[in-house]
Design a protein around this ligand. Structure first.
Ligand code: ARG
Length: 463
Protein backbone atom coordinates (compact mmCIF):
# COMPACT_ATOMS: atom_id res chain seq x y z
CA UNK A 1 0.00 0.00 0.00
CA UNK A 2 1.26 3.44 -0.85
CA UNK A 3 1.37 6.49 1.44
CA UNK A 4 0.15 9.88 0.23
CA UNK A 5 -1.30 13.01 1.82
CA UNK A 6 -5.03 12.96 2.36
CA UNK A 7 -6.65 15.41 -0.02
CA UNK A 8 -10.17 14.60 1.19
CA UNK A 9 -9.83 16.48 4.45
CA UNK A 10 -6.28 17.86 4.49
CA UNK A 11 -7.38 21.48 3.93
CA UNK A 12 -7.31 22.75 7.52
CA UNK A 13 -4.17 20.84 8.50
CA UNK A 14 -0.73 22.41 8.67
CA UNK A 15 1.31 19.22 8.90
CA UNK A 16 0.99 15.74 7.48
CA UNK A 17 -0.46 12.99 9.65
CA UNK A 18 2.13 11.09 11.66
CA UNK A 19 3.03 7.97 9.70
CA UNK A 20 2.13 5.66 12.56
CA UNK A 21 -1.14 7.47 13.25
CA UNK A 22 -2.00 7.13 9.59
CA UNK A 23 -1.63 3.38 9.80
CA UNK A 24 -3.24 3.23 13.22
CA UNK A 25 -6.40 5.05 12.17
CA UNK A 26 -6.77 3.52 8.71
CA UNK A 27 -9.40 0.86 8.09
CA UNK A 28 -8.75 0.17 4.43
CA UNK A 29 -6.99 -3.12 5.09
CA UNK A 30 -10.22 -4.60 6.39
CA UNK A 31 -13.02 -2.45 4.99
CA UNK A 32 -11.92 -2.87 1.35
CA UNK A 33 -14.01 -6.03 1.34
CA UNK A 34 -17.07 -3.72 1.11
CA UNK A 35 -15.88 -2.22 -2.19
CA UNK A 36 -18.84 -3.56 -4.20
CA UNK A 37 -21.39 -2.18 -1.73
CA UNK A 38 -19.57 1.15 -1.58
CA UNK A 39 -19.76 1.44 -5.36
CA UNK A 40 -23.37 0.28 -5.45
CA UNK A 41 -24.26 2.95 -2.85
CA UNK A 42 -22.40 5.65 -4.78
CA UNK A 43 -24.14 4.79 -8.03
CA UNK A 44 -27.54 5.05 -6.35
CA UNK A 45 -26.54 8.31 -4.68
CA UNK A 46 -25.34 9.85 -7.97
CA UNK A 47 -28.49 8.67 -9.74
CA UNK A 48 -30.62 10.34 -7.09
CA UNK A 49 -28.52 13.54 -7.18
CA UNK A 50 -29.10 13.80 -10.94
CA UNK A 51 -32.81 13.21 -10.53
CA UNK A 52 -33.12 16.11 -8.04
CA UNK A 53 -30.92 18.35 -10.21
CA UNK A 54 -27.79 18.49 -8.05
CA UNK A 55 -25.77 16.70 -10.76
CA UNK A 56 -26.30 16.89 -14.51
CA UNK A 57 -27.15 13.71 -16.35
CA UNK A 58 -23.75 13.85 -18.03
CA UNK A 59 -21.99 14.10 -14.66
CA UNK A 60 -24.03 11.19 -13.36
CA UNK A 61 -23.10 9.10 -16.38
CA UNK A 62 -19.40 9.88 -15.99
CA UNK A 63 -19.54 8.90 -12.33
CA UNK A 64 -21.34 5.64 -13.02
CA UNK A 65 -18.96 4.73 -15.83
CA UNK A 66 -15.91 5.58 -13.71
CA UNK A 67 -17.18 3.56 -10.75
CA UNK A 68 -17.85 0.60 -13.03
CA UNK A 69 -14.26 0.71 -14.25
CA UNK A 70 -12.96 0.94 -10.70
CA UNK A 71 -14.97 -2.12 -9.73
CA UNK A 72 -13.50 -4.01 -12.66
CA UNK A 73 -9.99 -2.85 -11.68
CA UNK A 74 -10.47 -4.04 -8.11
CA UNK A 75 -11.77 -7.40 -9.25
CA UNK A 76 -8.91 -7.81 -11.71
CA UNK A 77 -6.41 -7.05 -8.93
CA UNK A 78 -5.37 -3.79 -10.63
CA UNK A 79 -6.27 -1.42 -7.84
CA UNK A 80 -3.73 0.02 -5.46
CA UNK A 81 -5.22 0.57 -2.02
CA UNK A 82 -3.63 3.42 -0.13
CA UNK A 83 -3.28 3.69 3.64
CA UNK A 84 -3.07 7.48 3.32
CA UNK A 85 -6.58 7.43 1.91
CA UNK A 86 -7.68 5.76 5.12
CA UNK A 87 -10.66 3.68 4.12
CA UNK A 88 -12.48 2.04 1.25
CA UNK A 89 -14.67 5.12 0.73
CA UNK A 90 -11.87 7.61 0.19
CA UNK A 91 -9.80 5.18 -1.84
CA UNK A 92 -12.60 4.70 -4.32
CA UNK A 93 -13.51 8.39 -4.42
CA UNK A 94 -9.88 9.38 -5.07
CA UNK A 95 -9.61 6.78 -7.83
CA UNK A 96 -12.79 8.16 -9.39
CA UNK A 97 -11.42 11.69 -9.40
CA UNK A 98 -8.16 10.43 -10.89
CA UNK A 99 -10.20 8.80 -13.65
CA UNK A 100 -12.87 11.34 -14.50
CA UNK A 101 -11.48 14.58 -13.08
CA UNK A 102 -13.44 17.24 -11.23
CA UNK A 103 -16.82 15.49 -11.57
CA UNK A 104 -15.48 12.79 -9.27
CA UNK A 105 -15.24 15.41 -6.54
CA UNK A 106 -18.96 16.08 -6.82
CA UNK A 107 -20.00 12.56 -5.85
CA UNK A 108 -19.72 13.30 -2.14
CA UNK A 109 -22.29 16.12 -2.35
CA UNK A 110 -25.03 15.66 0.24
CA UNK A 111 -23.47 12.73 2.02
CA UNK A 112 -20.74 11.92 4.53
CA UNK A 113 -18.63 8.90 5.19
CA UNK A 114 -20.72 8.49 8.32
CA UNK A 115 -23.92 7.65 6.47
CA UNK A 116 -21.93 6.05 3.67
CA UNK A 117 -20.24 3.49 5.92
CA UNK A 118 -23.46 2.72 7.76
CA UNK A 119 -25.11 2.06 4.40
CA UNK A 120 -22.24 -0.09 3.12
CA UNK A 121 -22.25 -2.32 6.19
CA UNK A 122 -25.99 -2.86 5.95
CA UNK A 123 -25.78 -3.76 2.27
CA UNK A 124 -22.88 -6.10 2.94
CA UNK A 125 -24.57 -7.72 5.93
CA UNK A 126 -27.83 -8.15 4.07
CA UNK A 127 -26.21 -10.32 1.44
CA UNK A 128 -24.20 -12.24 4.04
CA UNK A 129 -27.37 -12.95 6.02
CA UNK A 130 -28.95 -14.34 2.88
CA UNK A 131 -25.95 -16.54 2.25
CA UNK A 132 -25.84 -17.72 5.85
CA UNK A 133 -29.56 -18.46 5.88
CA UNK A 134 -29.14 -20.61 2.77
CA UNK A 135 -26.36 -22.57 4.50
CA UNK A 136 -28.64 -23.12 7.51
CA UNK A 137 -31.28 -24.44 5.10
CA UNK A 138 -28.76 -26.76 3.44
CA UNK A 139 -27.71 -28.16 6.81
CA UNK A 140 -31.35 -28.65 7.80
CA UNK A 141 -32.01 -30.44 4.51
CA UNK A 142 -29.21 -32.91 5.26
CA UNK A 143 -30.40 -33.46 8.82
CA UNK A 144 -34.00 -34.07 7.84
CA UNK A 145 -33.06 -36.52 5.10
CA UNK A 146 -30.82 -38.45 7.48
CA UNK A 147 -33.53 -38.37 10.15
CA UNK A 148 -36.03 -39.86 7.73
CA UNK A 149 -33.64 -42.71 6.91
CA UNK A 150 -32.90 -43.29 10.59
CA UNK A 151 -36.47 -43.08 11.88
CA UNK A 152 -36.28 -46.70 13.14
CA UNK A 153 -32.73 -46.65 14.44
CA UNK A 154 -32.72 -46.99 18.20
CA UNK A 155 -30.19 -45.39 20.48
CA UNK A 156 -30.12 -44.50 24.16
CA UNK A 157 -31.56 -41.09 24.98
CA UNK A 158 -29.70 -39.29 27.74
CA UNK A 159 -30.38 -36.96 30.60
CA UNK A 160 -27.35 -35.93 32.66
CA UNK A 161 -25.45 -37.89 29.98
CA UNK A 162 -26.73 -41.03 31.73
CA UNK A 163 -28.87 -43.51 29.81
CA UNK A 164 -32.48 -42.40 30.29
CA UNK A 165 -34.91 -43.90 27.77
CA UNK A 166 -34.56 -45.34 24.29
CA UNK A 167 -35.09 -42.86 21.47
CA UNK A 168 -34.71 -43.06 17.73
CA UNK A 169 -31.66 -41.56 16.08
CA UNK A 170 -33.97 -39.78 13.65
CA UNK A 171 -35.71 -38.13 16.59
CA UNK A 172 -32.39 -36.92 17.96
CA UNK A 173 -31.45 -35.43 14.57
CA UNK A 174 -34.77 -33.65 14.32
CA UNK A 175 -34.10 -32.05 17.71
CA UNK A 176 -31.07 -30.43 16.09
CA UNK A 177 -33.27 -29.37 13.18
CA UNK A 178 -35.60 -27.51 15.55
CA UNK A 179 -32.68 -25.47 16.87
CA UNK A 180 -31.71 -24.52 13.33
CA UNK A 181 -35.30 -23.66 12.48
CA UNK A 182 -35.21 -21.01 15.21
CA UNK A 183 -31.78 -19.85 14.06
CA UNK A 184 -33.12 -19.31 10.57
CA UNK A 185 -36.04 -17.30 11.95
CA UNK A 186 -33.66 -15.17 14.02
CA UNK A 187 -31.60 -14.34 10.92
CA UNK A 188 -34.73 -13.36 9.01
CA UNK A 189 -35.93 -11.20 11.86
CA UNK A 190 -32.58 -9.47 12.16
CA UNK A 191 -32.57 -8.87 8.38
CA UNK A 192 -35.67 -6.68 8.70
CA UNK A 193 -33.77 -4.20 10.86
CA UNK A 194 -30.62 -4.45 8.74
CA UNK A 195 -32.52 -3.56 5.59
CA UNK A 196 -33.23 0.09 6.44
CA UNK A 197 -31.24 2.84 4.71
CA UNK A 198 -29.20 5.44 6.66
CA UNK A 199 -27.96 7.26 3.54
CA UNK A 200 -29.06 10.90 3.60
CA UNK A 201 -28.26 11.40 7.27
CA UNK A 202 -24.95 12.81 6.00
CA UNK A 203 -22.55 13.55 8.87
CA UNK A 204 -25.28 13.63 11.53
CA UNK A 205 -27.93 16.28 10.90
CA UNK A 206 -29.02 15.63 7.33
CA UNK A 207 -28.13 17.77 4.34
CA UNK A 208 -29.17 21.07 2.77
CA UNK A 209 -29.60 19.50 -0.70
CA UNK A 210 -33.09 18.48 -1.86
CA UNK A 211 -32.31 14.75 -1.67
CA UNK A 212 -34.86 12.04 -2.37
CA UNK A 213 -34.14 9.34 0.19
CA UNK A 214 -37.06 7.16 -0.80
CA UNK A 215 -35.62 6.93 -4.29
CA UNK A 216 -32.14 5.93 -3.09
CA UNK A 217 -33.65 3.38 -0.74
CA UNK A 218 -35.59 1.85 -3.56
CA UNK A 219 -32.59 1.77 -5.89
CA UNK A 220 -30.61 -0.10 -3.23
CA UNK A 221 -33.39 -2.54 -2.35
CA UNK A 222 -33.87 -1.20 1.18
CA UNK A 223 -37.32 -1.50 2.72
CA UNK A 224 -37.30 2.15 3.84
CA UNK A 225 -35.02 5.06 4.76
CA UNK A 226 -34.22 5.49 8.48
CA UNK A 227 -36.27 8.02 10.47
CA UNK A 228 -33.65 9.99 12.39
CA UNK A 229 -30.33 11.24 11.08
CA UNK A 230 -28.51 11.16 14.43
CA UNK A 231 -29.55 7.58 15.06
CA UNK A 232 -28.76 6.60 11.45
CA UNK A 233 -25.05 7.30 11.66
CA UNK A 234 -24.56 5.92 15.16
CA UNK A 235 -26.79 2.85 15.28
CA UNK A 236 -24.99 -0.49 15.27
CA UNK A 237 -27.79 -2.49 16.94
CA UNK A 238 -28.19 -4.46 13.75
CA UNK A 239 -24.60 -5.68 13.98
CA UNK A 240 -25.11 -6.66 17.62
CA UNK A 241 -28.32 -8.49 16.77
CA UNK A 242 -26.66 -10.31 13.92
CA UNK A 243 -23.74 -11.37 16.10
CA UNK A 244 -26.19 -12.48 18.79
CA UNK A 245 -28.07 -14.61 16.25
CA UNK A 246 -24.71 -15.99 15.09
CA UNK A 247 -23.67 -16.70 18.68
CA UNK A 248 -26.81 -18.77 19.14
CA UNK A 249 -26.05 -20.62 15.91
CA UNK A 250 -22.55 -21.37 17.19
CA UNK A 251 -23.89 -22.42 20.58
CA UNK A 252 -26.08 -24.91 18.73
CA UNK A 253 -23.29 -26.09 16.45
CA UNK A 254 -21.08 -26.56 19.52
CA UNK A 255 -23.72 -28.84 21.01
CA UNK A 256 -23.92 -30.90 17.82
CA UNK A 257 -20.13 -30.94 17.74
CA UNK A 258 -19.81 -32.16 21.29
CA UNK A 259 -22.16 -35.06 20.60
CA UNK A 260 -20.41 -35.97 17.35
CA UNK A 261 -17.05 -35.93 19.13
CA UNK A 262 -18.39 -38.16 21.90
CA UNK A 263 -20.15 -40.50 19.51
CA UNK A 264 -17.07 -40.87 17.31
CA UNK A 265 -14.94 -41.92 20.30
CA UNK A 266 -13.99 -45.57 20.84
CA UNK A 267 -15.95 -45.45 24.11
CA UNK A 268 -19.30 -44.56 22.48
CA UNK A 269 -18.53 -45.77 18.97
CA UNK A 270 -22.01 -44.69 17.79
CA UNK A 271 -21.01 -43.12 14.49
CA UNK A 272 -18.46 -43.05 11.74
CA UNK A 273 -17.39 -39.64 10.46
CA UNK A 274 -16.19 -39.55 6.86
CA UNK A 275 -12.38 -39.59 6.64
CA UNK A 276 -12.36 -36.39 4.62
CA UNK A 277 -13.70 -34.47 7.62
CA UNK A 278 -11.11 -35.88 10.01
CA UNK A 279 -7.35 -35.72 10.36
CA UNK A 280 -4.69 -38.03 11.74
CA UNK A 281 -2.04 -37.70 14.39
CA UNK A 282 1.63 -37.22 13.54
CA UNK A 283 2.67 -39.49 16.41
CA UNK A 284 -0.18 -41.98 17.00
CA UNK A 285 -0.82 -43.89 13.79
CA UNK A 286 -4.17 -45.28 14.93
CA UNK A 287 -5.79 -41.88 15.44
CA UNK A 288 -8.66 -40.43 13.43
CA UNK A 289 -9.54 -37.15 15.03
CA UNK A 290 -12.92 -35.40 14.61
CA UNK A 291 -11.25 -32.08 13.83
CA UNK A 292 -14.17 -30.40 12.09
CA UNK A 293 -16.62 -30.66 15.01
CA UNK A 294 -13.84 -29.88 17.48
CA UNK A 295 -12.85 -26.74 15.60
CA UNK A 296 -16.45 -25.59 15.27
CA UNK A 297 -16.92 -26.16 19.01
CA UNK A 298 -13.82 -24.04 19.60
CA UNK A 299 -14.89 -21.27 17.25
CA UNK A 300 -18.07 -20.73 19.26
CA UNK A 301 -15.88 -18.98 21.85
CA UNK A 302 -14.56 -16.32 19.51
CA UNK A 303 -18.02 -15.52 18.18
CA UNK A 304 -19.38 -15.01 21.71
CA UNK A 305 -16.35 -12.76 22.19
CA UNK A 306 -17.35 -10.68 19.15
CA UNK A 307 -20.82 -10.20 20.57
CA UNK A 308 -19.34 -8.87 23.80
CA UNK A 309 -16.90 -6.69 21.80
CA UNK A 310 -19.73 -5.06 19.87
CA UNK A 311 -21.91 -4.54 22.93
CA UNK A 312 -18.98 -2.99 24.75
CA UNK A 313 -18.09 -0.90 21.70
CA UNK A 314 -21.53 0.69 21.76
CA UNK A 315 -21.91 0.96 25.53
CA UNK A 316 -22.05 4.61 26.66
CA UNK A 317 -21.30 6.00 23.20
CA UNK A 318 -22.68 9.51 22.88
CA UNK A 319 -24.56 10.49 19.74
CA UNK A 320 -23.77 10.61 16.91
CA UNK A 321 -20.91 9.04 14.92
CA UNK A 322 -17.68 8.34 16.79
CA UNK A 323 -14.52 6.85 15.35
CA UNK A 324 -15.04 4.01 17.83
CA UNK A 325 -17.51 2.65 15.32
CA UNK A 326 -14.75 1.76 12.91
CA UNK A 327 -14.06 -1.08 15.36
CA UNK A 328 -17.37 -2.71 14.41
CA UNK A 329 -16.01 -4.22 11.24
CA UNK A 330 -13.43 -6.76 12.30
CA UNK A 331 -15.67 -8.56 14.80
CA UNK A 332 -18.49 -8.49 12.30
CA UNK A 333 -16.40 -9.78 9.39
CA UNK A 334 -14.76 -12.45 11.52
CA UNK A 335 -18.22 -13.55 12.64
CA UNK A 336 -19.40 -13.76 9.03
CA UNK A 337 -16.34 -15.76 7.95
CA UNK A 338 -16.28 -18.21 10.82
CA UNK A 339 -19.99 -18.83 11.23
CA UNK A 340 -20.33 -19.15 7.47
CA UNK A 341 -17.43 -21.62 7.42
CA UNK A 342 -18.81 -23.63 10.33
CA UNK A 343 -22.23 -23.91 8.72
CA UNK A 344 -20.68 -24.91 5.43
CA UNK A 345 -18.55 -27.63 7.04
CA UNK A 346 -21.56 -29.00 8.90
CA UNK A 347 -23.82 -28.88 5.86
CA UNK A 348 -21.17 -30.73 3.81
CA UNK A 349 -20.52 -33.33 6.51
CA UNK A 350 -23.94 -34.11 7.95
CA UNK A 351 -25.35 -36.27 5.13
CA UNK A 352 -22.29 -38.54 5.45
CA UNK A 353 -22.47 -39.25 9.17
CA UNK A 354 -22.98 -43.00 9.43
CA UNK A 355 -24.68 -44.40 12.54
CA UNK A 356 -23.46 -47.77 13.83
CA UNK A 357 -26.90 -49.14 14.48
CA UNK A 358 -25.87 -52.31 16.29
CA UNK A 359 -23.67 -50.43 18.74
CA UNK A 360 -26.39 -47.87 19.39
CA UNK A 361 -28.92 -50.61 19.97
CA UNK A 362 -26.60 -52.52 22.26
CA UNK A 363 -26.01 -49.34 24.28
CA UNK A 364 -29.76 -48.75 24.57
CA UNK A 365 -30.17 -52.28 25.93
CA UNK A 366 -27.74 -51.43 28.75
CA UNK A 367 -28.53 -49.01 31.53
CA UNK A 368 -32.16 -50.01 32.24
CA UNK A 369 -33.47 -47.68 29.56
CA UNK A 370 -36.93 -49.30 29.68
CA UNK A 371 -37.41 -48.78 33.43
CA UNK A 372 -39.98 -46.01 32.82
CA UNK A 373 -41.86 -48.34 30.48
CA UNK A 374 -42.06 -50.95 33.24
CA UNK A 375 -43.33 -48.30 35.67
CA UNK A 376 -46.01 -47.18 33.17
CA UNK A 377 -46.94 -50.85 32.66
CA UNK A 378 -47.53 -51.26 36.39
CA UNK A 379 -49.68 -48.12 36.42
CA UNK A 380 -51.81 -49.68 33.68
CA UNK A 381 -52.17 -52.69 36.00
CA UNK A 382 -53.62 -50.42 38.71
CA UNK A 383 -50.50 -49.54 40.71
CA UNK A 384 -50.10 -45.85 41.73
CA UNK A 385 -47.18 -44.24 39.87
CA UNK A 386 -45.13 -43.52 43.03
CA UNK A 387 -45.49 -47.16 44.12
CA UNK A 388 -44.62 -48.45 40.71
CA UNK A 389 -41.53 -46.19 40.68
CA UNK A 390 -40.50 -47.86 43.96
CA UNK A 391 -41.13 -51.39 42.59
CA UNK A 392 -39.11 -50.73 39.43
CA UNK A 393 -36.35 -49.19 41.55
CA UNK A 394 -36.07 -52.50 43.45
CA UNK A 395 -36.00 -54.45 40.20
CA UNK A 396 -33.21 -52.21 38.89
CA UNK A 397 -31.28 -52.70 42.14
CA UNK A 398 -31.60 -56.45 41.62
CA UNK A 399 -30.44 -56.03 38.01
CA UNK A 400 -27.36 -54.07 39.08
CA UNK A 401 -26.46 -56.85 41.55
CA UNK A 402 -27.04 -59.70 39.09
CA UNK A 403 -25.76 -57.92 35.99
CA UNK A 404 -29.08 -58.30 34.14
CA UNK A 405 -31.05 -55.68 32.29
CA UNK A 406 -34.85 -55.65 32.87
CA UNK A 407 -35.57 -57.37 29.56
CA UNK A 408 -33.15 -60.18 30.43
CA UNK A 409 -34.91 -61.17 33.67
CA UNK A 410 -37.28 -64.11 33.76
CA UNK A 411 -40.96 -63.63 34.55
CA UNK A 412 -40.37 -65.26 37.95
CA UNK A 413 -37.54 -62.88 38.74
CA UNK A 414 -39.73 -59.88 37.83
CA UNK A 415 -42.67 -61.20 39.81
CA UNK A 416 -40.62 -61.05 43.06
CA UNK A 417 -41.21 -57.29 42.86
CA UNK A 418 -44.93 -57.38 42.04
CA UNK A 419 -47.31 -60.26 41.41
CA UNK A 420 -49.40 -58.17 39.02
CA UNK A 421 -46.60 -58.62 36.45
CA UNK A 422 -47.54 -61.12 33.73
CA UNK A 423 -45.78 -62.19 30.55
CA UNK A 424 -47.20 -59.30 28.49
CA UNK A 425 -44.56 -57.28 30.35
CA UNK A 426 -41.99 -58.29 27.74
CA UNK A 427 -43.82 -56.25 25.08
CA UNK A 428 -42.93 -53.06 26.95
CA UNK A 429 -39.43 -54.11 27.92
CA UNK A 430 -38.27 -54.30 24.30
CA UNK A 431 -36.66 -51.27 22.75
CA UNK A 432 -39.04 -51.28 19.78
CA UNK A 433 -42.05 -51.45 22.11
CA UNK A 434 -40.67 -48.62 24.19
CA UNK A 435 -40.14 -46.17 21.34
CA UNK A 436 -43.30 -47.16 19.47
CA UNK A 437 -45.35 -46.42 22.60
CA UNK A 438 -44.36 -42.73 22.52
CA UNK A 439 -46.74 -42.19 19.70
CA UNK A 440 -47.92 -38.58 19.83
CA UNK A 441 -46.92 -35.27 18.28
CA UNK A 442 -43.32 -34.60 19.26
CA UNK A 443 -42.73 -38.17 20.50
CA UNK A 444 -39.92 -40.51 19.47
CA UNK A 445 -42.07 -43.26 17.83
CA UNK A 446 -40.73 -44.04 14.33
CA UNK A 447 -44.00 -43.09 12.62
CA UNK A 448 -44.01 -39.77 14.50
CA UNK A 449 -40.42 -39.15 13.41
CA UNK A 450 -41.36 -39.79 9.79
CA UNK A 451 -44.33 -37.43 10.07
CA UNK A 452 -42.18 -34.78 11.76
CA UNK A 453 -39.55 -35.09 9.02
CA UNK A 454 -42.26 -34.61 6.42
CA UNK A 455 -43.56 -31.47 8.13
CA UNK A 456 -40.01 -30.15 8.45
CA UNK A 457 -39.46 -30.72 4.71
CA UNK A 458 -42.68 -28.88 3.90
CA UNK A 459 -41.53 -25.89 5.94
CA UNK A 460 -38.21 -25.79 4.09
CA UNK A 461 -40.03 -25.90 0.78
CA UNK A 462 -41.85 -22.67 1.70
CA UNK A 463 -38.63 -20.68 2.14
N1 ARG B 1 -13.62 4.17 8.21
C1 ARG B 1 -14.67 4.80 8.93
C2 ARG B 1 -15.47 3.77 9.73
O1 ARG B 1 -15.30 2.64 9.47
C3 ARG B 1 -15.60 5.53 7.99
C4 ARG B 1 -16.31 6.67 8.59
C5 ARG B 1 -15.33 7.71 9.00
N2 ARG B 1 -15.96 8.92 9.36
C6 ARG B 1 -15.27 9.90 9.97
N3 ARG B 1 -15.91 10.96 10.24
N4 ARG B 1 -14.02 9.74 10.32
O2 ARG B 1 -16.25 4.09 10.62
Amino acid sequence: MSQQTNSAWGGRFSEATDAFVQRFTASVEFDQRMYAQDIQGSIAHATMLAKVGVLTDAERDDIIKGLGEIKADIEAGNFEWSIALEDVHMNIEAALTAKIGITGKKLHTGRSRNDQVATDIRLYLRSEIDHMASEVTRLQQGLIELAEKQADTIMPGFTHLQTAQPVTFGHHLLAWNEMLERDFARLQDCRKRVNIMPLGAAALAGTTYPIDRAMTAELLGFDAPTENSLDSVSDRDFAIEFTAACSTIMMHLSRFSEELVLWASAQFNFIDLPDRFCTGSSIMPQKKNPDVPELVRGKAGRIFGHLISLLTLMKSQPLAYNKDNQEDKEPLFDTIDNVGGSLRAFADMMPFVVPKKEVMREAALRGFSTATDLADYLVRKGVAFRDSHEIVGSAVGYGVKTGKDLGEMSLEELQQFGDMITDDVFDVLTLEGSVAARDHLGGTAPNQVRAAAKRAQEKLALR
